[in-house]
Design a binder for this molecule. Structure first.
Ligand SMILES: Cc1ncc(COP(=O)(O)O)c(C=O)c1O
Length: 339
């Protein structure tokens, strides 16, 4: 039977047999008491990869971002972010709803938080205004099509933040993809942030798990916040074991997802006409922009009837994400199915 090609997201990846085995065999303890040896190994490994003092395992990227905001901001403080940022768009307003932090949203031509955008949003000292405490930037930038925010931009953002008394939190759900695509090291990205979150549950194929990375004191504050948010987990070594396995087995193959995205973009250009623009991918996401909403819906329906599952980002953009659960010849199958 023909298998569906699921391009909806890299979050649909399933743990493979080796990962399940690693989870089953993990050495465990109670992590709220800081006694799970596998969690310790993962946290130390991730901190070392990013060249930082410490890391904290949390269930989701959303919680990692909440902690990243909460360790820098108090109630009534403001965090500057670009409109397309995941924290603003897709995290149920949690930074306001749970932390009382106000998002200061800016539109930036770069597709992510630019220097001018940030500078313009930082408020001065005035009794009427909230205090601007944080800038938040996402790398890779999901709604911009998985584009890589260049390292030198991250360094400039951090310098601007520090000059103006702000901290910088990086939502690095797919920072692995940014490092692979840019050829920069994770430690380079780790140095260009006050706090950084990364996800194991996207292209790395884990069932759950994200980490917050930074200085030890920041991570210890994050540990309190994690407990407050209900994210203190007990034998979370089962998740940490999946993470350690993913770093060993899936991180080194991430480049294949990027190659597949490039091949997929080429195929889509072959089968689509000029009413669609296929954006050249930088990592594992291909965006197709259409001239009108009806065409978007037609394409999504047509592709579904050919066993291709995709998501839309707004009325005139379709997103296709490549990942390791797709067959290696997925782009060629797309060509065959749509020709
Ligand atoms: C850029 C980005 N940040 C954060 C998240 C949130 O991760 P989670 O779904 O684990 O809460 C996602 C999820 O897709 C994401 O794409």
């Amino acid at each position: 039977m023909r298998r569906d090609l699921d391009f909806r997201s890299d979050t649909f990846t399933l743990p493979d047999a080796g990962m399940r085995r690693a989870m089953a065999e993990a050495e465990l303890g109670d992590d709220v008491f800081n006694e799970d040896p596998t969690v310790h190994r993962l946290e130390e490994k991730v901190a070392a990869l990013f060249g930082r003092e410490a890391a904290l395992l949390v269930p989701t990227g959303t919680m990692a971002n909440l902690i990243g905001v909460g360790v820098h901001c108090g109630r009534g403080d403001e965090a500057v972010m670009e409109r397309r940022t995941h924290s603003f768009t897709y995290e149920t307003g949690g930074i306001s709803g749970l932390l009382g932090v106000l998002p200061a949203v800016v539109d930036c031509p770069e597709g992510w938080l630019g220097l001018e955008g940030l500078e313009g949003a930082i408020r001065g000292d005035n009794v009427h205004w909230p205090r601007t405490k944080l800038a938040l930037v996402e790398n890779t930038a999901n709604l911009s099509g998985g584009r890589v925010v260049p390292l030198d931009h991250m360094v400039s953002l951090l310098a601007l933040c520090h000059r103006r008394g702000l901290a910088l939190h990086v939502d690095g759900a797919r920072i692995w993809n940014a490092a692979v695509a840019s050829g920069m090291s994770l430690a380079d990205y780790g140095a260009a942030a006050d706090s950084l979150s990364c996800c194991l549950s996207k292209g790395l194929g884990c069932p759950a798990g994200s980490l917050v990375v930074g200085d030890r004191s920041l991570v210890e504050e994050g540990r309190r916040l994690r407990k407050m948010l209900g994210g203190g987990m007990r034998q979370s070594g089962v998740l940490a074991a999946a993470g350690l396995y993913a770093l060993e087995h899936f991180l080194p193959r991430l480049e294949e997802d990027h190659h597949m995205a490039t091949r997929l973009a080429r195929v889509l250009r072959m089968v689509l006409d000029e009413s669609c623009e296929v954006v050249e991918p930088e990592t594992n996401m291909v965006l197709v922009r259409t001239v009108e909403p009806d065409l978007t819906l037609q394409l999504v329906d047509n592709w579904a009837s050919h066993g291709m599952r995709v998501l839309t980002l707004g009325a005139t953009t379709i997103r296709l994400v490549t990942h390791h659960d797709l067959p290696a010849d997925a782009p060629e199958q797309v060509l065959e199915r749509l020709s």
